[in-house]
Design a protein around this ligand. Sequence first.
Ligand SMILES: NC(=O)c1ccc[n+]([C@@H]2O[C@H](COP(=O)([O-])OP(=O)(O)OC[C@H]3O[C@@H](n4cnc5c(N)ncnc54)[C@H](O)[C@@H]3O)[C@@H](O)[C@H]2O)c1
Length: 329
Amino acid sequence: MAILVTGGAGYIGSVAVSDLVARGEEVVVIDNLVYGHQEAVGPVAPFYEGEIGDSDLVTKICKAHSVDACMHFSAYAYVGESVTEPRKYFENNVVQTLRLLDTLIDNGVRNFVFSSTCATYGEPQYVPIDENHPQSPTNPYGETKLMVERILKSYDVAYGLRYVALRYFNASGATETLGEHHTPETHLIPLVLAAAMGKLPRISIFGDDYPTPDGTAIRDYIHISDLSSAHLLALDHLRSGGASEFINLGNGSGYSVKEVVDCARKVTGREIKAETAPRRAGDPARLIANAAKAREVLGWTPEHPDLESIIESSWKWHQANPNGYTPAA
Ligand SMILES: NC(=O)c1ccc[n+]([C@@H]2O[C@H](COP(=O)([O-])OP(=O)(O)OC[C@H]3O[C@@H](n4cnc5c(N)ncnc54)[C@H](O)[C@@H]3O)[C@@H](O)[C@H]2O)c1
């Protein structure tokens, strides 16, 4: 039995592929390489370049590899772009996912682990945010993920598709061999490290007048190895007959933008220039997870919860791979 990993050449999916293979699972990857890097998968798993919405291809993969479960990482995830080009996001994240789900069901696959997001909650009414917090996304990206969550609920009732939808907070960090290489990059830690490496003249701090101790926005950073371990536990939960669940993944503690920049200065020993810029629309002051459910239901314990070790792991990877992954030939 194999696990189909969609978006397995991306930042988070590639780590899950590596961890699944390391524990002896059979894995097969599909990625259209629009944002992924085949080098991040390497020779460890069969790789299919293609669209998740291509039913013929996904059927072929399911049959050839006896797929019994799917981890669905593939999506477009640029919040700003989702506002200016929503059709791209609804098409890729919702329509293509619907095609994928239908193909999986038609091929008898009933276990599904989904990459959802804290963006489904929208502006927090309270923090830490638990899974019962109202969901009211403030951008189309968050809407697409919420739509898929709703589709999953209906598909469970009608078709017996069981799922764990994991609502990630801020994915960050690197393993020894796999790291963050998004083009364009919008995430704070790789941008700060790019500034430390002299690849960016400075970084922008969007807003320093939030109601937080130092005035900058606070986020919950979670190491990709901890994200990945939660996926493996979610798979075990489903395979052992566990019920469908929506589960937050975060550390339950937050760091401000200024704290991230200061920590990166300490870890790298480099000067990192920062300038204050206006707030971005729709950026809440605080996004912090209540991650109790992940511990209770999945038995998950994050192993890299502190910011310094997250940034250290990232810095090590960026120094070893100053240009990220090699561009496709
Ligand atoms: N990075 C974060 O902090 C974060 C936070 C919350 C949720 N998420 C979600 O986690 C998932 C993975 O995020 P990531 O940071 O690894 O992103 P990523 O862009 O590195 O990986 C996504 C991968 O999916 C592939 N892809 C996109 N559309 C596809 C399609 N139609 N068919 C086949 N492949 C396709 C891309 O080429 C890419 O390799 C996404 O669903 C994202 O929405 C990420």
